[in-house]
Design a protein. Structure first.
Length: 143
């Protein structure tokens, strides 16, 4: 029988993996892009304007001012379009996608590996994704 691991063992390995991830090209690019975004005056001005308009929209909605709300929402949409058109913002969003894809790949790999290990440990067929028939499965008799 193979060694059993504790939650503490798993957490330690997860921290080790997280440390490795923090040192990937994708995360490095993300951090540099975020620093540039934080230093980009126009981006910060637009973000502040979006936040101001969002607060105003909440107040207008609360007081039932639908026409004014529509105007503020249109302004928010314009500001989003303006910020999204900035190449640095596009690069930053792409880096977010890259990091998320990396995390998703890890999640999928862990999930598939655990499933395959369970199947193997139960003398199952990994290609089919099935284990040997459980004595609790219905064998066509009375249910």
């Amino acid at each position: 029988m193979s060694e059993l691991y504790t939650k503490q063992d798993i957490r330690a390995k997860a921290k080790e993996l997280a440390s490795m991830l923090a040192q990937t090209e994708e995360v490095d690019f993300f951090k540099r892009a975020e620093e540039q975004i934080n230093e980009h005056l126009r981006v910060q001005e637009i973000i502040a304007a979006i936040k101001r308009n969002q607060k105003e929209a909440v107040n207008l909605k609360h007081y039932g001012k639908t026409e004014a709300l529509k105007q503020v929402e249109a302004k928010i949409d314009e500001l989003h379009e303006e910020i999204d058109a900035i190449p640095l913002v596009q690069e930053f969003k792409r880096s977010q996608v890259d990091v998320n894809e990396l995390l998703q790949m890890i999640t999928n790999t862990v999930s598939k590996t655990v499933t395959d290990e369970i199947i193997r440990s139960m003398d199952g067929d990994v290609m089919r994704g099935t284990t040997k028939k459980s004595p609790f499965q219905n064998s066509g008799g009375c249910s």
